[in-house]
Design a protein around this ligand. Sequence first.
Ligand code: AMP
Ligand code: MG
Length: 347
Amino acid sequence: MDGHAEDFYMKFNNKICLGIESTAHTFGVGILDFKGNVYSRINDMFVPDKGGLHPVQVREQHLANFMKIVRKALSEAGCSMKEIDLIAFSQSPGLAPVLKIGALVSRMLSQLLNIPIVGVNHCVAHIEIGRLMCNVEDPLTLYVSGGNTIVSAFESNRYQIFGETLDLPIGNMIDSFARFVNLAHPGGPKIENIALEAKQYIQLPYVVKGMDLSFSGLFTAAKRMIESKDFGIKYTLSDVAYSLQETAFSMLTEVTERALAHTGKTEVLLTGGVAANRRLQDMIRYISKEHAARFEVVPLKFAGDNGVMIGWTGILRYLTMGSHDISETSIQPKERMDKISIPWRDH
Ligand code: AMP
Ligand code: MG
């Protein structure tokens, strides 16, 4: 390390960032240093009584709780707000009323205490925390969650999107099916368990269009099977749950494998809340092996939405481009991650 690089590291190593996640169900705060050591990760999650995420209800819960979460994160990290050197927040994409809370809290703290602020794209943050936690350099990423379904890899200075859902995100589709059969939110883990008891695979609509995926036909067909007179006679809920998972995950695996063959990446990263699913892990592990690529699942604490991933991505941006001016911190609910250049990666 030359003298300049050494000074740079001395200057930044002991700095601390507070990251705020606020795009959907989770209001999360993470505190970490500029080397990536994590001191706290506190989440408050909205769980609907019935139906999906209602933005106004989510907003109310986050508004009622944000200070408690910030305080808890600071206390667990053993620091005060005055010791924070950087504030990062999820600026995009997500539900506008919910994004606004994270933006408001961050802007207020930043201006009140004169702390630099950085806005972060939530999808980029999922990849960056995966690279850090799994120690991978340049992965093909399958990001599967309640709100997103994206196959992405770094090319031409951006996280390009190679495939994505055209309608429902995978996690949302499984949760909605679970709700239809009266299982409480989140349905993903329950459907995974129920599927283990299946005796047969029943063919369901498998829709891959080019590199994109469509889950709505599959969702409708699975619901029709539950309503059919044959339900409980020719097949069980386990059979339907299994067939739904097998079909959806095979679609995800097909697109991921094609992107892997196309990009020639040698690492595969599975992230987002649905990454917890063992069957999906097995499928993606299998194709990774076929292509001699290293396979990693992001540790589940950091695979679902959290403030640490926002903080880490904020640090990367700050170290290469500095902070954002307050005028640049308005929320971008629809921003796609392939629109953002990634200056901290060098090719
Ligand atoms: P996220 O949006 O990243 O916080 O992830 C939440 C989503 O992950 C919800 O849709 C959950 O149902 C889903 N999920 C969590 N665990 C599992 C699992 N074992 N199998 C399938 N989906 C899961
Ligand atoms: Mg997410």
